[in-house]
Write a protein that binds this ligand. Structure first.
Ligand SMILES: [Zn+2]
Length: 232
């Protein structure tokens, strides 16, 4: 091969390699993005409000009032033990168009995570309660404490059981502290800064009395910043 052809072939190969590298990324997995997203990266900002560990008589109705007033739908990851004693709250959540999803029956980490079998039993028991009240089972699950650092066999057991699980990428941090509504608001704003898809963790258990007011402020904040609200 003469030198000129060799140089041309090398150039073509280099371009082809660059195109492939851009298309598939350095890690070898295909990157998927739409033209619309590429042209307008902030066109589709979505926030999913999620509330764990309810329902509670003291906090859940206030959160539902705020959501009604703002016409926003949210996702509630409920505890079966709480739900079966407060079916009127689960009914209200479902009838208002919110998503009622599985969190746990007992929320007792040691029992739930003892084995794959006990994990599935806990999920099913919670789902039995949801079905009894709403008429339908949920395929949506949030691991108590999140899936972070959980044994792979437990995560596999849940997904093989037909559950899709969702963690979070932003938080009011109302689990860790009993902060003011302003502090909870600030934590959510800080942890969701720069995210186009926000899954926000809050709690509607009985001691989270500042969470309803924080939620009201956050809904205004996300609306002002161009987010739409959706359920999981
Ligand atoms: Zn929880």
């Amino acid at each position: 091969m003469n030198r000129k052809y060799f140089a041309a072939a090398a150039a073509i190969l280099a371009v082809a390699f660059a195109v492939l590298w851009i298309a598939y990324g350095a890690n070898g997995s295909a990157q998927t993005f739409s033209v619309a997203e590429a042209a307008a990266p902030h066109a589709a900002k979505t926030v999913y409000l999620t509330f764990d560990d309810g329902p509670s008589d003291r906090v859940t109705p206030k959160i539902l009032d705020v959501l009604d007033e703002e016409n926003v739908k949210a996702t509630f990851f409920v505890i079966g033990q709480q739900a079966e004693r407060r079916d009127y709250l689960i009914k209200r959540e479902a009838e208002s168009g919110h998503t009622v999803a599985v969190h746990s029956y007992t929320h007792d980490y040691r029992r739930i995570y003892a084995s794959a079998r006990s994990l599935i039993a806990d999920i099913d028991r919670c789902n039995d309660v949801i079905e009894r009240i709403t008429g339908r089972r949920s395929d949506l699950y949030r691991f108590p404490g999140g899936s972070f650092g959980l044994r792979e066999e437990l995560i596999a057991a849940a997904t093989e059981h037909g559950m899709r699980y969702v963690d979070w990428n932003a938080s009011t941090r109302d689990a860790e502290c009993s902060g003011s509504a302003e502090q909870l608001f600030r934590s959510a704003v800080t942890t969701s800064a720069g995210l186009d898809r926000v899954v926000l963790l809050s709690h509607d258990s009985t001691r989270k009395t500042n969470t309803p007011e924080a939620t009201r402020r956050l809904i205004k904040y996300y609306k002002e910043n161009g987010y739409t609200f959706s359920t999981l």
